[in-house]
Every structure is written in C-alpha cells, then in structure tokens.
Design a protein around this ligand. Structure first.
Ligand code: NDP
Length: 260
C-alpha cells in the first residue's frame, strides 16, 4: 500500500537513535524527505548516513528545549527540503526516580522536556504545516501517561501532561487541516534500555535481562518491542490515508497496558 508520503517532508526529533532513527529510516524508504535533529550532530549524521532510500535528509543539531535552536533548524530544513508536511516529536528520555526522591529541578526538567519537545517544533513549523495539504503531528508518548510507573514518577506525570496537551492541540489545529495524534509506547529495546542494562551491572546477557524486565512489567507478549515495530504505527498516522484520525491515542506496548 502506498502511504502517500513520497516527496513529503517530515521533521523527526531525536533521530540519531532508537525510535527516531527507525522512523527516519522508514520515511526515507517511503520516499519522504526527513529533517532530523538531535543534540549530538556527529552521532546524528553517522546514524543517518547509512540509511537507504530515495528520500533526502537534512540533519542538524538542535536541543528541543531551546525554541531559538528549534526555529533555526526547522527554518533551514524547510528551505532546504521545500516545506514541511509532518512532525514526529520523538526526542526525549525518562527519569528513573520515585516521587519523594525527585528534586524540584528534576520535576521542572521532566515537564519542560516533554511539553517543549512538542510545542517548540510545532510552533516553528506552523507556517509550512498550514500550507501542506496533509499536515500531521505525531507526539511520541508513553503508556506511562495513563498507567503511571512508581519508579518513573516524574516521567509518568509529565507524559500525562503531554497527552492532555496533544488532545488540546488537535482541536486548536484542526481548522488549519493539521492532525495531531499520540503514540504511547510500552517498553522498547532502544538506547534507553541498553543504557539501563549497562548501569545495572547485571551478570545476565541483555536478552535474559530484558525478558525478566518484560515479565516484571507484565508485557503480555513477554518481550520488549523493537524500534522497527513501533516505526510503522507512527508513520501510518502521518499518512494522508489517516486523514480522519486526529486527537487519537494509539498504544504500542505489546499488551502492557491494563486500562480499558
Ligand atoms: P534513545 O535514547 O534511543 O533516543 C533518544 C533520541 O533523542 C536520541 O536521538 C537523542 O540524541 C535525542 N534527544 C534526547 N534529548 C534530546 C533533546 N533535548 N533535544 C533533541 N534531541 C534529544 O530513546 P528512545 O528511542 O527509546 O526514545 C524515543 C522517545 O520514545 C523518547 O521520547 C522516549 O521517552 C519515548 N519512549 C521510549 C520508550 C522505550 O521503552 N524506549 C518507552 C516510552 C516512551 P542526543 O542525545 O544526541 O540529543
């Protein structure tokens, strides 16, 4: 099936690793152009260079928390690639900390990263999204938004705020023909979990460690997901074939969610 993304341009934040890199790869393979950012420009270029596909890539360093840096990145990318049709607001991380262990600065930083990570790229890209006939934003979020994890207290709360924001944004941007949806991820095998495995000092190999983690968190499919497995659900929401889907939340968690 043709997703209708050929020749369109999509901003992907946090594209040097994990979910963002897999999304960038799928978009390129679909013939879309990718405007990619992360904080470490060298790592970003090294990650994107080998990706095959007809789509073009514009890559630059930008911290999504910095509105001026995001505006500069988005403006240059739109000039280079000829506009912007979509955003995958993916850049982020999580903070392993319980409520009472989390400092005020950490609370502020978690909320700021999660909200600014969507607001800054959307504000910067609005003129081009309004001109597109298929403007779409996907906010990469977490199942934690609706199923808080005590060991990720501030991240869970900030994720809930982002889910709320994305819903409001979907109504505010609908008159401009811009759709806004959220993809809530479960436990996905990316840099984040590889770093936690390394920090854990576990004597187990990664697969055994990750299998125990999946069991502990109650993942119905019994394993972590892969970045490639979440890239398609994200990209499908950018497709003009999803033209009546806005304000929606899609869970991609291998059955970890317990709510109905
Ligand atoms: P990775 O650590 O593999 O990749 C994170 C990417 O974001 C990197 O490219 C990183 O590059 C970039 N990044 C981080 N902070 C910033 C910033 N302030 N500005 C710009 N770029 C930034 O993580 P994942 O692929 O796992 O995570 C992608 C998203 O999915 C995140 O928002 C994460 O919270 C969310 N998520 C992930 C889950 C999982 O289990 N993996 C579960 C639920 C949600 P650099 O460091 O160079 O900036």
């Amino acid at each position: 099936m043709d997703l209708g993304l050929k020749g369109r341009t999509v901003v992907v934040t946090g594209a040097s690793s994990g979910v963002g890199l897999a999304v960038a790869g799928l978009l390129r393979a679909e013939g879309a152009h990718v405007a990619a950012c992360a904080r470490d420009a060298d790592r970003l270029r090294a990650a994107l260079d080998p990706l095959p596909g007809p789509g073009r890539v514009f890559a630059a360093a930008a911290d999504v928390r910095d509105p001026a840096a995001v505006e500069e990145f988005v403006t240059e990318a739109a000039g280079d690639l000829g506009g912007i049709d979509g955003i995958v607001a993916n850049a982020g991380r999580s903070l392993m900390s319980r409520v009472l262990e989390t400092t005020d600065d950490q609370w502020d930083e978690e909320v700021r990263l999660k909200l600014a990570g969507v607001l800054n790229p959307v504000r910067a890209a609005l003129p081009w999204l309004r001109r597109s006939d298929a403007g779409a934003v996907v906010a990469v979020n977490a199942i934690l938004a609706r199923q808080p994890e005590p060991r990720l207290a501030a991240t869970s709360a900030a994720r809930a705020a982002l889910l709320n924001l994305a819903t409001t944004l979907s109504t505010e941007l609908a008159p401009d023909g811009i759709r806004v949806n959220s993809v809530c991820l479960g436990l996905i095998d990316t840099g984040q979990w590889r770093r936690r495995y390394a920090e854990s000092g576990s004597a187990q190999d990664f697969d055994t460690w990750a299998g125990a983690l999946a069991a502990d968190r109650g993942v119905a499919l019994g394993r972590l997901g892969t970045a490639d497995e979440v890239a398609f659900p994200i990209v499908s929401l950018l497709s003009p074939r999803s033209s009546y889907v806005t304000g929606a939340t899609l869970d991609v968690g291998g059955g970890v969610a317990r709510y109905v």
